[in-house]
Design a protein around this ligand. Structure first.
Ligand code: FAD
Length: 422
């Protein structure tokens, strides 16, 4: 302990290292690489979710959960440097991956900022113990990038709200517990001024979760249909019609993603899953280690990884100290998306023929071709890289805002798909 009674980063690191080595399973080579690979049956996925909850509870009991969460809600109240040390120590071991994004950030981070005392006491400790997995009910079939154009509607009914509408692309909603939901509560004001945020159990009456099968066979994406879902006013987050104030910070925490101090993200950068070691393994496995082109590609991968490892903490520090505006989170989001897509392309190029057709025993090169086809998810999920570029140009660099035909117009009057009105 330091003189102030706070566990130093090095003491914490040593304690975390000993616990991780004693309690967690080391990952096998290439176990967690790739993009949404169809490697598990539903039963195996549910078992993996249960294991993630179990690890989270064990971390909580060991005093290693919620490193940057306030102690009054079960966290450790430590610093981002402690979280970084933990990230480094857990690299190469199993960890509760399904609880990180979006449960800890953006959902728990939004609860911490805008939740009432009762909401925080009810949910943050449960989240830190692995009892609650949260999802973002944000994108809709008609609004993804333009989230403020949400059509899901909440209407006041006494002490409750009645929600109707549909959310989509919710990864893992079928095995999750709670949703953070953006809904329209006022159609007579411009779109950003008529939104409110609610929380709801995904198993609530009236919520129908349908799974969406992707081309590679994965069924983790979900669409939720909400029909007369009753939500008590005590489950409202922030003020009525002021959901964009909450939403702005929600987007900030979403863009921080695995760079958030609330999130455990093994490795030194956000791209540990497709990092240089994997590229080297693919080159070795396909007998191309001495190919000058392949050596260039491995080098490029290494540089991308190093830049990411330097950029993300620097952005986080700049935003924490106020040297950078919170909008700079879009720089990190942009880099993560562009970099992950490029690394996946590099892996595909190095794999050569094994990238186009492969056998299960092709080692590191197996499934690289499928990853290549999935590479654009990294530029879409968590807000697209195009939208990140908009934020960087308009909000970080101060360039003129793009034209918007709906600005200042009551949302009811904005034409949508040939019609208007709520
Ligand atoms: C892996 C993954 C996980 C996801 N998880 C979730 C989740 O858990 N919860 C959730 O709610 N959503 C989730 N999403 C959905 C994601 O947030 C949306 O797909 C994304 O915001 C884009 O919305 P859209 O698909 O409706 O595309 P659109 O908004 O229709 O955009 C289509 C294209 O137009 C571009 N575009 C749109 N507007 C502009 C503009 N103003 N300037 C420049 N270009 C523009 C976009 O960048 C994009 O290329 C996930 C998506 C993926 C891929």
């Amino acid at each position: 302990m330091g003189a102030d009674g706070v566990e130093s980063v090095e003491e914490f690191r040593a304690r975390a290292r000993a616990w991780i080595r004693a309690n967690l399973r080391p990952l096998e080579a290439h176990e967690e690489v790739g993009i949404m690979r169809p490697t598990r049956t539903d039963e195996e996925e549910l078992a993996a979710v249960a294991r993630d909850r179990e690890i989270q509870k064990a971390l909580f009991d060991a005093g290693l959960a919620g490193i940057c969460f306030p102690p009054e809600y079960g966290g450790r109240g430590l610093t981002p440097a402690h979280q970084r040390a933990f990230n480094e120590e857990i690299t190469g071991y199993e960890y509760p991956q399904r609880l990180q994004v979006p449960t800890f950030a953006p959902c728990a981070a939004v609860l911490l900022e805008f939740g009432t005392e009762e909401q925080k006491r009810a949910h943050i400790p449960a989240i830190l113990k692995g009892e609650e997995i949260w999802m973002q009910f944000l994108s809709e079939p008609s609004s993804g990038s333009d989230v403020a154009a949400a059509l899901t509607t909440a209407v006041r009914d006494g002490d409750d709200w009645i929600l109707n509408g549909s959310k989509i692309w919710t990864t893992g909603a079928w095995w999750s517990d709670w949703g953070l939901c953006l809904a329209r509560t006022n159609w007579d004001v411009p779109k950003h001024r008529g939104l409110t945020v609610f929380i709801l159990p995904i198993a609530a009456a009236g919520v129908d979760v349908q799974r969406i099968e992707m081309l590679n066979g994965v069924k983790e994406f979900c669409q939720e249909f909400m029909t007369d879902v009753r939500v008590p006013d005590s489950d409202r987050i922030g003020e009525v019609d002021d959901g964009w104030t909450v939403g702005t910070r929600w987007m900030f925490h979403e863009r921080m993603s695995s760079g958030s101090p609330y999130v455990t993200s093994p490795g030194t950068s956000a791209h540990h899953r497709i990092g240089p070691d994997w590229l080297l393994d693919i080159a070795r496995g396909t007998g191309r280690l001495d190919d000058p082109l392949v050596r260039d590609l491995v080098g490029e991968g290494r540089v991308l990884d190093l830049v990411g490892a330097a950029l993300h903490p620097r952005l986080a520090l700049g935003m924490t100290t106020g040297r950078l505006s919170d909008q700079a989170a879009a720089i990190g989001r942009l880099y993560s998306g562009v970099c992950a897509t490029r690394l996946t392309t590099i892996a595909f190029d190095i794999a050569g023929g094994a990238g186009a057709a492969w056998a299960d025993d092709d080692g590191a090169a197996s499934d690289v071709g499928a990853d290549f086809l999935m590479r654009q998810t990294a530029t879409i999920g968590g807000g697209t890289t195009e939208m990140a570029r908009n934020v960087v140009s308009e909000r970080v660099l101060g360039m003129p805002r793009e034209a918007a035909l709906d600005r200042g117009r009551p949302f009811r009057e904005v034409p949508r798909g040939g019609r208007s009105g709520g």
